[in-house]
Structures are given as structure tokens and as C-alpha cells.
Design a protein around this ligand. Structure first.
Ligand SMILES: Cc1cc2nc3c(=O)[nH]c(=O)nc-3n(C[C@H](O)[C@H](O)[C@H](O)COP(=O)(O)O)c2cc1C
Length: 332
């Protein structure tokens, strides 16, 4: 998820049981031009693997070159984005636009599959317009072009995130291709995941928004452990996440990035009307140190939980597979 699935998020997901995690989408043009932020997305650590890195773009050659860089960086899969509904992306002919441009979409997948030896996968929406079934026609062609797995988020691009994901399309896609299909969209609980797997025949589910500030949701889905986290656990996980994000993005970028996470984490402790004032207080604090201090004041027992987490969780500092100069990470 763009703006969410930073390395700290992916590592946390793995720690809570996710079998495979995926990067934010990376612009192939950004990689081609050596854009620092785009290159920063190729920072991969061993404890987040298996990892998919997702690329987006509209030019087969540039996508192939980007895929090579992704493979060199140590990704286990190259995922191609045919789902992004955001105008900035679709107006360049990338993302969801490719659902309605099958020739180009297949050209991209075959160029990318030829360029790398790791598996190439595709993530798509159902189509551009509401009611579209474009994914069902396109899916088999993408497999023919070299896609080894398809993930379907069965909403239209126009829908953005409104309405519901229509997983009857996922079931139809499963019956049309002989590669694993991954179901994405509205997977929020173990019961929901099991229902989607049972009714679609999908090989796996992908969890998006439900894991934002809530790694415990993954544990519930995977292990059936529905025990809600304590206040101390929530605060400790949040602080661990904050520290990892600062190492990854640098203090300045991290403090903006983290603001949306406070509400998500606090959401584990009560309804928004109860936790909102505390969230408002956190977003207004000047520095992340102050946020930490305030969080620990609200849950003093979290310090001990945090220490245990820090001892257990590898910080991965030495695990960067691709030896890129530190400056491109936008922080140390
Ligand atoms: C903030 C945000 C960013 C996203 N970024 C991406 C992305 O970069 N690539 C992608 O394939 N899907 C992206 N998605 C879509 C999700 O992968 C997923 O398909 C969608 O949110 C539905 O699943 P969910 O109901 O589990 O969230 C994003 C979704 C959100 C909410």
C-alpha cells in the first residue's frame, strides 16, 4: 500500500505471521532516472523476505529495466500494478488504465517476465468502470504472457474504495486461469478470509487496510488468536514502529508519515470518539520524542514490553541486501 507499506510495516507483518509481504508501488520511471526516493524503495532486508516489490509504469522496456533492478535488490517476486486508480498514475497510461489496454498490458508482462528470473505476478482491479469485467478477459492473457500469479481486488477503479469488493469475480477468475489467484479486498477477519477462500477457490488472501495499525488482525486471521492487545502492547508496538520508521525515512519524513498511524493504533483501544482527543494531542506534538514520552506516560508498563520486543525483533541494520549509499534512504 502506497504511503503505508514501508519496510517497518512489512517487517511487522512478517513478525505477526504474514506469509508474504509487498512493497509500496515503485515508479519504473523513477527507478530509470535514479530518483532517490524510488531507489529507496529497493532497500530490502532479509527478515522481511519473502518480499514482493511492486512496480508501475506504462512502457514495457522501462518496466523491464525496473524489474531487473528489483531483482538485483533481492526481491523474491516482481509484482506489476494494473490496479492503481489514482489520476496522477492513470493519466500516464499506467495502473488501472492498463486493464482496458490489453495489448500493452501483455507487452509489459512479457517484457518483465523475460527480463528477470524471479516470478512475475500482477495485481489488478476488476476494470475501470463500475460493473466492468475486464479482469476476466485480461487475466488469462496475462498468464499466457508470463504472469505466475494474479491478485484481484474486485472493485472498479471508479469505485476507489467505496462499496464492496465483489469476490464472485475472483471465483470466476480462478476458474479461468491455472495459476494461483490471490483475493484482495475487505479481508478483515479470519471468518471473512475463510469465507472468501471457500467461495472463490483462491489460493490466498491479501490483507490491506485491516492491518494498518493493527498487526494483531493478522495474528487473528492466521492463528485464530482473537485476544485483543493490551494498552501496553499497543503502545509498545507503535513506538517500535515509530523508531523503525525514523531509521528508514529519517525523522522529518517519518513524523509526517506517522501521523495517520496514531489513530489506527489507538483504534485498538476504543472507539474513535474515546481515543480521538488523545490522537489529536499526539499529532500536534512537535517531535517524535515528545510523542514517545506522551505514549509512555499513558501506558508506563509499555516500556518493559518495548524492551522485550526490541530484544526479540531483529533491527535488520546489517541486513540490507543491496549496497546503496545511505544518503538515498532519506535518513540513516
Ligand atoms: C492507502 C492505500 C494504498 C494502496 N496502495 C496500493 C499499491 O501501491 N499497490 C496496489 O496494488 N494496491 C494498493 N492499494 C490497494 C490494496 O492493495 C488493496 O487491494 C485494497 O485496499 C483492498 O484491500 P483491503 O480491503 O484489504 O484494504 C492501496 C490501498 C490503500 C488503502
Amino acid at each position: 500500500m502506497a504511503g503505508v507499506s514501508v519496510q517497518a510495516f512489512r517487517r511487522q507483518g512478517r513478525r505477526f505471521g504474514a506469509g508474504l509481504v509487498c512493497s509500496e508501488m515503485v515508479s519504473c520511471a523513477g527507478l530509470q532516472h535514479g530518483n532517490e526516493r524510488s531507489l529507496g524503495y529497493l532497500r530490502i532486508a532479509s527478515d522481511e523476505r519473502p518480499l514482493a516489490v511492486q512496480i508501475f509504469g506504462s512502457e514495457p522496456k522501462v518496466m523491464a529495466e525496473a524489474a531487473r533492478m528489483v531483482e538485483d535488490a533481492g526481491a523474491d517476486l516482481v509484482d506489476v500494478n494494473f490496479g492503481c486508480p489514482v489520476k496522477k498514475v492513470t493519466k500516464t497510461g499506467a495502473g488501472a488504465t492498463l486493464l482496458e489496454d490489453p495489448e500493452r498490458a501483455c507487452g509489459i508482462v512479457s517484457a518483465v517476465a523475460e527480463a528477470v528470473s524471479v516470478p512475475v505476478t500482477v495485481k489488478m482491479r476488476r476494470g475501470l468502470e463500475n460493473g466492468s469485467r475486464a479482469c476476466l478477459e485480461l487475466g488469462p492473457r496475462l498468464v499466457e504472457a508470463g504472469a505466475e500469479s494474479l491478485t484481484l481486488h474486485p472493485r472498479s477503479a471508479r469505485q476507489m474504495y467505496t462499496g464492496e469488493a465483489d469476490h464472485s469475480l475472483t471465483a470466476q477468475l480462478v476458474s479461468r486461469v491455472d495459476v494461483p489467484v490471490i483475493a484482495s479486498g475487505d479481508v478483515t477477519s479470519r471468518a471473512r478470509a475463510q469465507a472468501i477462500l471457500a467461495t472463490t477457490g483462491a489460493a490466498a488472501v491479501m490483507v490491506g487496510r485491516a492491518a494498518q495499525g493493527n498487526p494483531w488482525a493478522l495474528r487473528e486471521m492466521i492463528e485464530g488468536d482473537a485476544e485483543a492487545p493490551t494498552r501496553e502492547e499497543v503502545v509498545a508496538e507503535l513506538i517500535l514502529f515509530m523508531r523503525a520508521t525514523v531509521r528508514e525515512l529519517g525523522e522529518k519524513r517519518a513524523s509526517g508519515f506517522l501521523k495517520k498511524f496514531y489513530g489506527w493504533y489507538l483504534g485498538q483501544l476504543g472507539a474513535p470518539r474515546i481515543t480521538k482527543p488523545f490522537k489529536q494531542e499526539l499529532v500536534q506534538l512537535e517531535s517524535l520524542d515528545e510523542v514517545e514520552t506522551r505514549l509512555l506516560a499513558a501506558a508506563p508498563g509499555a516500556a518493559e514490553v518495548l524492551e522485550a520486543l526490541q530484544t526479540e525483533a531483529p533491527d535488520g541494520e546489517d541486513d540490507v541486501v543491496l549496497d546503496l549509499p545511505i544518503s538515498i534512504y532519506g535518513g540513516g
